[in-house]
Design a protein. Structure first.
Length: 120
């Protein structure tokens, strides 16, 4: 099943987990959009730097630490995703509560592991 995914905190650096996640999502045929500090492209996915009002986002997968997440709280809620995945290092109980209050599922997991074990 296709789950349009926003990779937030996307990096052009091949060694970064967000970059690997984009490549893995593409290889699993998941529609993918990405936002990061620097514009560019990874495996055909354009990385933008503006808070675009994407439609039909199923999943937001976070690669931003808690201090950097604050500026995205309202933006992510406005996208009305089904779920937000908090990858290792992004755990944020304050944001969990905001999401749950807006009926958005919180998953504390690793996108790469989820894809690799068919739990995505």
């Amino acid at each position: 099943m296709e789950k349009k995914t926003l990779v937030l905190g996307a990096s052009l650096k091949p060694s970064r987990y967000s970059n690997i996640a984009i490549k893995r999502l593409v290889s699993y045929k998941q529609p993918t959009v990405a936002l990061g500090l620097r514009k560019g492209e990874v495996d055909g996915v354009t990385i933008g730097s503006e808070k675009v009002p994407f439609s039909d986002i199923d999943t937001v997968t976070l690669y931003l630490g808690p201090p950097r997440q604050k500026e995205y709280y309202d933006y992510i809620v406005s996208l009305n995703p089904v779920r937000v995945i908090f990858n290792p290092g992004t755990e944020n109980p304050e944001f969990y509560q905001i999401l749950r209050n807006n009926n958005i599922e919180v998953e504390i997991a690793c996108t790469l592991v989820m894809l690799g074990t068919n739990q995505y």
